[in-house]
Design a protein around this ligand. Structure first.
Ligand SMILES: Cc1cc2nc3c(=O)[nH]c(=O)nc-3n(C[C@H](O)[C@H](O)[C@H](O)COP(=O)(O)OP(=O)(O)OC[C@H]3O[C@@H](n4cnc5c(N)ncnc54)[C@H](O)[C@@H]3O)c2cc1C
Length: 509
């Protein structure tokens, strides 16, 4: 029998990881990406001499020795320590006239919070301890093979690590941001908690983000988000993989219980790629409804698409600004209260900017670039979709209007930027959907709420033997690490189905 051919639909982080591991495992693989560049949601672009980054504020796996770190090294994403930027704070927030910085050093953070509100000592200690424990968990996430393929010995190790974290997951997964914030007396600390994610999300998201950052296992890639797919595609091509951009999958061709190929369109031409295996590394909703024509049901995904209250997804309204000033003395991110602004259907009493001055590649000398990302719900997504359908010019005007409103609020807070700040670009949740196909333009996957059940999906499609889903949707909360981990898991599953040796352990473990 000849070499088995794997067709990978989608050149995002999961598709690239699957491609690299397919080549390492000895398969012949081809990645087909509908857009003209790779990376999917993990991307950035240039405008008027500025680099606009639209993804990573926290890249998990930057701590030496962790599973994800070994993967980044295997992909050639981290080649030397200088490839990672390690800021000393996650950002600053200003509420009720109080400025709070989320320091990487948790002792420093504790001191900062206690100085603001000594009467909140108990919840502050709890917050610090939970961030510490979650940071520890982030370092032991098993990324070599999926849980159902682990040996009893490996499973025991994972269980021990979780038990060592003092049951933090079970204790806190049912607590929402709103409930947790209410434990604090000081309004600025309450707002600090509530400013990060919607109030009904599980507070674990806060501990995980700050804990990962504080543990030194979550930092920033030099060059920004697009460095990741750039370096991964280099690695993939060096391993003999092939990439076709501008090629959109239209249909997965099925005979009996097997996928035999994929029909694509590129430059208006249709063509078919034959396959022994198909990996759908694109959006799951698109795969099930469009590419497989609703012929294969998946009740766990259907439940999540139906019940957006317990399984919400969030997208972004994203504005980027070029500023003719050096902003290295400003915080890396700042949340501050503003005259309320409605975007889509949501009113924002505060906004956040991200400041990219830590990386000289982002702006011309003496200038800086900042972005203002606003979380948008499924209802907001429908607002933008409806406006686009009814009145495309009105949609464009609304985007521009909000960009200008944001600029005015930035100048009100920083009068020294007057006349020096230029609106570069605006993206809505619909833009994210148009470019990546992500369901409702979602960043990451289904969010964890207190009522949500944990999803760990194998990617297998019932009734189809050789077509596997992969990517951020298989496990909440998604994100770049989840995407690359699932890319690896998918190849491990194919190796197992083909009765081949599994991939070599990460980093020679
Ligand atoms: C604004 C924003 C901020 C984020 N911040 C972070 C962060 O700080 N940290 C973090 O870890 N994660 C972050 N994420 C999430 C992270 O980017 C994603 O979870 C991850 O990149 C998803 O990778 P994926 O490969 O699973 O999916 P995608 O990136 O969606 O890739 C799917 C690919 O499939 C392609 N495709 C779709 N349909 C077809 C088709 N029919 N034919 C061919 N190709 C197709 C798409 O164009 C895309 O390239 C952020 C995302 C966004 C949008």
């Amino acid at each position: 029998m000849g070499i088995m051919k794997i067709v990978i639909i989608g050149g995002g982080m999961a598709g690239l990881a699957a491609g690299i591991y397919a080549q390492i495992a000895g398969f012949e693989s081809v990645i087909y990406e509908k857009y003209r560049t790779l990376g999917g949601q993990c991307t950035g672009w240039d405008r008027n001499g500025y680099r606009i980054d639209s993804c990573i504020s926290l890249m998990g796996g930057t701590k030496e020795g962790t599973g994800f770190n070994k993967m980044w090294k295997e992909f050639g994403v981290i080649r030397k320590e200088d490839d990672i930027i390690r800021p000393d704070s996650f950002g600053t927030a200003e509420f009720n006239g109080v400025s709070i910085t989320l320091w990487k050093n948790l002792d420093r953070l504790r001191t900062e919070l206690l100085a603001i509100s000594p009467e909140d000592e108990k919840p502050i200690e709890n917050l610090i301890q939970n961030c510490r424990l979650m940071g520890d968990i982030s370092m032991v996430v098993p990324v070599d093979k999926p849980v159902d393929m682990m040996s009893p010995g490996d499973l025991l190790k994972v269980l021990k690590a979780l038990l060592g974290a003092g049951g933090i997951l079970t204790k806190n997964s049912k607590t929402s941001f709103a409930e947790y914030a209410a434990r604090f007396k000081h309004p600025a600390l309450q707002k600090l908690i509530l400013s990060r994610l919607p109030p009904y999300f599980s507070i674990l998201g806060f501990f995980f983000t700050i804990g990962t950052f504080a543990s030194g296992n979550g930092d920033l890639p030099r060059g920004g988000s697009r460095t990741l797919p750039d370096r991964m595609s280099e690695k993939y091509l060096a391993l003999g993989g092939r990439i076709h951009t501008g090629s959109a999958a239209e249909e997965i061709i099925v005979r009996g219980n097997r996928a035999v190929g994929v029909r694509f369109t590129a430059n208006g031409e249709r063509f078919t790629a034959e396959a022994d295996y198909v990996i759908a590394a694109c959006d799951v909703h698109i795969t099930l409804t469009k590419l497989l024509k609703n012929q294969y049901r998946d009740r766990r995904f259907e439940l999540r698409y139906r019940n957006s209250r317990d399984y919400p997804v969030f997208s972004t309204f994203h504005a980027a600004f070029g500023i003719q000033r050096d902003l290295t003395a400003y915080p890396i991110s700042l949340i501050f209260e503003v005259e309320p602004l409605t975007v889509g259907l949501t009113e924002y009493p505060f906004i956040k900017f991200r400041n990219y001055s830590y990386d000289q590649d982002f702006a011309p000398p003496g200038c800086s670039v900042i972005t203002v990302p606003l979380n948008q719900s499924g209802e907001d997504y429908r607002f933008w979709e409806d406006l686009y359908r009814r009145d495309i010019e009105g949609y464009r005007r609304e985007k521009q209007r909000i960009g200008e409103e944001l600029r005015a609020r930035l100048v009100r807070r920083f009068p020294e930027w007057e006349g020096k700040i230029q609106l570069l670009d605006v993206a809505t949740p619909l833009s994210y959907h148009h470019y990546t196909g992500a369901w409702q333009g979602a960043w990451m996957s289904f969010m964890m709420t207190p009522k949500a059940k944990l999803l760990i999906h194998s990617g297998k499609i019932r009734g189809l033997k050789n077509c596997l889903l992969t990517g951020q949707w298989l496990q909440p909360p998604g994100g770049v690490p989840t995407a690359i981990m699932n890319g690896r898991f998918t190849i491990q599953r194919i190796c197992k189905m083909e009765k081949r040796p599994l991939l070599p352990p990460l980093g020679g473990d």
